[in-house]
Design a protein. Structure first.
Lengths: 250, 250
DNA sequence: TATATTTTTGCACGTTTTTGCGTATTACTG
DNA sequence: CAGTAATACGCAAAAACGTGCAAAAATATA
């Protein structure tokens, strides 16, 4: 992690000072500017600081140690709200399909509160999370996606989803158009999700309101094919946008 | 666990100080720097501390998201040596099978240095590691093992290994008896490994010398079935123990 | 208690890593 | 497009490291 004591000090200094110059650091830490620069190069490579000509500042959200959590989850607040709502649909003993979305990842957190759950997913991040839990966890297999390196895709990923019938599926998408078509941008991920849709009882779409009224590259399904739509907004706010929608959850 | 009182003290100091130098420790504990270094090597091998030039810090294995990446591995030094040797057997463009052992995890590190590699594994930890790399990564699928929560087992885990023929397989075991039988302790893991063995070109056993002359619950295979045996010791030292062995690597 | 055996310690020495300086290169500034 | 400042890079010196070895300490044995 840290190559030496100085790198610790630099981070400590940056936690109080917003921005420091290389010269200041070399004075403060009684060492040459060369050494400071070498430290900064290392810290930069680890994504801990952001350099600019003459100085450096701290990168926010330094909880990066792990390959995944570094990946910025966008709109976390919305996803947490949706996950809470999703939790109310899950019962002890359920078999749950979770897709490769980060929305589904937050639903996995809710699963930790339930008992006797079986989870089937192609999302590596979810498998890693649940490896600590006492849930039964089943991974789909397949090739690690190149575009979105936290999920398994390709022919081999379909197999398990067609072997198991889930009580409930939680999935997400890139876009939901006004005429009720669900879109995603990655061909292979749409394919796997189709197999999930075909083998699940309740089908639940997690879709934050940012995605309303848009389209994307590939058609996933229609809102008519699903049972529940979950957003981070209030039921009322959403009804005005889509007239003929299925039962929605708050 | 701890080899002496000092190692306990070092951990105690590290629980309050984030980072300490070797010099500080030798003063604090009234002993030579050599002895401190020996303690640190031991603690590092147990995965308890992370060293860097000049000092050490505590390993934080409290990471919630990815439980294993920082998890303590036993006998890390031996595994690193074996991984280095393993690396010399891997060529660019190879298809590599890696089993669920932590020895194989260290081999995965060596793969980061190669190009055009395809990795097939049932080890979640390896998939997580390589998700950052540009290697082609294929996961076996299956049920997350209850005994060893970082790997996939069961019927579904076999499929991929029988579909793909690997250039080389790296695997480990719990024991290697004097008459050349390789043993492991988990039934399900032995089964998957059998499928790997059946579908690999070169078969390479990673086995640190601690495991020599022992047995365990389930028979995996004979040394006659494998092509290379890698240990952390010198070739000479091992030859004296096993007379009729396959070509060994240093 | 005395003696043998094993383990630990500290020092010396060869190796590896880091450091800081000089210099070439690259990036901002007017 | 100069002129200056910051940075990157090569190299020799310094610091830190690992290891073998003999002395010391701890442990086992008689």
């Amino acid at each position: 992690m840290y190559r030496n004591e100085r790198e610790h000090e630099i981070i400590k200094i940056l936690s109080t000072e917003k921005y420091v110059t290389v010269k200041q650091l070399s004075t403060l830490l009684y060492t040459s500017e060369s050494s400071i620069r070498r430290d900064l190069t290392s810290l930069e490579n680890q994504g801990m600081v952001a350099r600019s000509y003459g100085g450096v500042e701290l990168v926010k959200n330094t909880s990066q140690i792990l390959p995944f959590s570094t990946r910025a989850h966008h709109n976390i607040a919305a996803k947490k709200i949706m996950a809470k709502k999703a939790g109310s649909l899950i019962q002890d003993g359920n078999i749950v399909f979770l897709d490769q979305s980060s929305s589904a990842f937050f639903v996995a957190y809710e699963l930790l509160k339930k008992s006797q759950i079986t989870v089937v997913t192609n999302n590596i991040e979810i498998i890693a999370l649940l490896s600590q839990s006492d849930a039964e966890v089943i991974s789909s297999g397949g090739r690690l996606s190149r575009s979105n390196r936290n999920c398994l895709v390709g022919d081999d990923s379909h197999h398990i989803f067609s072997q198991i019938h889930a009580d409930i599926l939680f999935f997400s998408a890139k876009a939901l158009s006004h005429d009720g078509i669900v879109y995603d941008c990655a061909r292979e991920e749409v394919c796997v999700r189709n197999t999930m849709l075909a083998n699940a009882g309740k089908k639940v779409l997690l879709c934050d309101s940012e995605k309303f009224g848009r389209t994307s590259g590939y058609r996933q399904c229609s809102v008519r094919d699903i049972d529940y739509l979950i957003t981070e907004r209030e039921r009322q706010e959403v009804y005005t946008k889509f007239q003929e929608l299925p039962q929605m959850i708050l």
